[in-house]
Structure formats: structure tokens, C-alpha cells
Design a protein around this ligand. Structure first.
Ligand code: G
Ligand code: G
Ligand code: MN
Ligand code: NA
Length: 257
């Protein structure tokens, strides 16, 4: 209850901020996306990880307000970069299951896109497999409406959930994000290497893009390049960074591993 109250106050007092982690092309390091990752600067406890407060936000329903804040802040950031003449890649925002179950989440996405004036094709929503396991027709419609506007959808932490893939047929998914638990064991662990290779091949045969998360070493990158993984995200290229540092990277256009 303490943390819940603090979260509520934190929203009022503007204690949250977004970091952005670049996503790059595997072949030449061109920046092709930014994942927005929330941080909470708590007045007493310092920086609190979303791993700690997102579950509390979900249980209390505050995830709806926080989720709207994240999307609005990310859209505004891209628009303000564009206003200075900077070309921006798309921004990916994490969506929690509870947020999606909340009343008219997809409607609020459309409203925030309209309100901020961002080009819808610059927005990507990261969904988890569990979200897609409980579909209702109305919600699937909502996804297709946003997709028709230009919004992109990806599956986060791919391979850790049910991976039934039947949802790929029903939802307008464009990209799979290979979970970092598989990337960690590359290239030496035979299971991780096999799973990673299989996910990449499967994505390609379904016409989906694929990105590997949590890439930390040159050996992991080399393996993923040979396996034809198109995109990379991880500390090897960049940690999640504050907007002023990301702006410098965007001016460079690409990052060396
Ligand atoms: O950035 P970090 O590795 O600390 O993130 C920890 C977890 O918090 C990850 O699972 C990440 O997806 C999640 N997370 C980070 N930012 C957001 C956000 O804005 N919304 C939601 N729902 N989850 C987030
Ligand atoms: O659940 P999700 O995939 O959204 O979580 C992403 C989390 O992974 C973020 O909290 C981010 O800080 C973290 N992360 C990003 N790149 C790396 C990396 O190369 N290594 C590790 N260990 N964590 C990473
Ligand atoms: Mn994510
Ligand atoms: Na992930």
C-alpha cells in the first residue's frame, strides 16, 4: 500500500522518466528503433526498477495512467526531435497485460497518437505472448484498426511463453523479439543456439522481422549475423540512455559494436 501511494504521488510529482535503448541493423549498426524503458526516481529510495513497481502498478490499476504517460512521453520526445530536423526511427513501448485488459486501451493509443501528432508508423507496441492468448473478437478488431493506421506490433520475450503461434494468424504482428535468456547462451550452448536459429528461420518463413535482445558480446553478434538475424538490441551497442545521449547517437545515425 505504501508503494502504491508513492506511485500515485510519483505520477503527480513527475518522478518518472524514460530511457531509450537503440535497436540496430545487425549488418551495419544503423539505428532502426528505440525501446522506451521507464525509470522511477523515488525521492527516498533513489532509482526504482520497473521490475519492482510495474507489478504493483498492475495490481492497483495505476498501470493505465502510467502506460498512457509512457506512450505520450515517447511520442512527444520523437516529435520534439523531429521539430529540430532530426530523423527518428520508430519508438517501441512495452504494454502490460493488465493495461491491455483495461477499458479501451487501444482507443487511448489512437487518442494519444492523434493528440501528439506523431506519425503512427513511428509507434510500435511490444506485446507479450500471454496477452495474445486471451483474445476476444473486439480486441482483435482494435489491433487491426491501429495497424491500418500504421502502428507496428511486436512480440516481446518471444520463446518464454506459449509460443503457440496461432496468434500470428489473428493479430497483425510484424516482429518477434528473441528473449535474452536464449541470447545469453550463444554461441556455445547447443540448446540456445538451436532455439535461436529456429526462431529466426520461423520468423522469416512467416514474413516477420526478428530482433535479438540482450546482446552483450561480439561472439553473440557474430552468431546472430551468420544466422541472418536482422536486428540487434543490447549492451554491446548501447545501454538504455537518457534523451540527450540518444540524440547524439541519432545524429551519428549508427553505432559500432
Ligand atoms: O529496463 P529494465 O530491464 O529494467 O526493465 C525491466 C522490466 O520492466 C522489463 O520486463 C521491461 O519490459 C519492463 N518495462 C520497462 N519499461 C516499461 C514500461 O514502460 N511499461 C511496462 N509495462 N513495462 C516496462
Ligand atoms: O522485458 P523486456 O524485454 O522489455 O526487458 C528489457 C530489459 O532488458 C530492460 O530492462 C533492459 O534494461 C534490459 N537489457 C537491455 N539490453 C540488455 C543487455 O544487453 N543485457 C542485459 N542483461 N539486459 C539488457
Ligand atoms: Mn520490451
Ligand atoms: Na524482452
Amino acid at each position: 500500500i505504501r508503494l502504491e501511494n508513492d506511485l500515485r504521488k510519483g505520477l503527480e510529482r513527475d518522478e518518472f522518466r524514460l530511457l531509450y535503448q537503440p535497436q540496430v541493423r545487425a549488418d551495419d549498426g544503423t539505428i532502426v528503433g528505440l525501446e522506451a524503458l521507464i525509470r522511477w526516481q523515488h525521492p527516498e529510495h533513489g532509482v526504482v526498477s520497473p521490475a519492482q513497481f510495474i507489478p504493483v502498478a498492475e495490481d492497483s490499476g495505476l498501470i493505465v495512467a502510467i502506460g498512457d504517460w509512457v506512450l505520450r512521453t515517447a511520442c512527444r520526445q520523437l516529435c520534439s526531435w523531429q521539430a529540430t530536423g532530426l530523423e527518428t526511427p520508430r519508438v517501441a513501448v512495452n504494454v502490460s497485460a493488465r493495461q491491455l485488459r483495461a477499458h479501451d486501451f487501444l482507443g487511448s493509443v489512437a487518442a494519444i497518437i492523434a493528440e501528439t501528432g506523431i506519425e503512427p508508423g513511428q509507434v510500435e507496441l511490444e506485446l507479450t505472448e500471454s496477452i495474445l492468448m486471451e483474445p476476444e473478437a473486439r480486441r482483435i478488431d482494435g489491433f487491426h484498426r491501429l495497424r491500418a493506421l500504421g502502428v507496428h506490433f511486436s512480440i516481446d520475450d518471444f520463446g518464454t511463453g506459449y509460443s503457440s503461434l496461432s496468434y500470428v494468424k489473428r493479430f497483425p504482428i510484424g516482429m518477434l523479439k528473441i528473449d535474452q535468456s536464449f541470447v545469453r547462451g550463444l554461441p556455445g550452448n547447443a540448446d540456445d543456439a538451436g532455439i535461436t536459429t529456429a526462431i529466426i528461420a520461423m520468423a522469416h518463413s512467416l514474413g516477420l522481422e526478428v530482433i535479438a535482445e540482450g546482446v552483450e558480446t561480439r561472439a553473440q553478434l557474430d552468431f546472430l549475423r551468420r544466422a541472418n538475424c536482422q536486428k540487434i538490441q543490447g549492451y554491446l551497442f548501447s545501454r538504455p540512455r537518457p534523451p540527450d545521449e540518444v540524440e547524439q547517437l541519432l545524429r551519428q545515425g549508427s553505432i559500432r559494436p
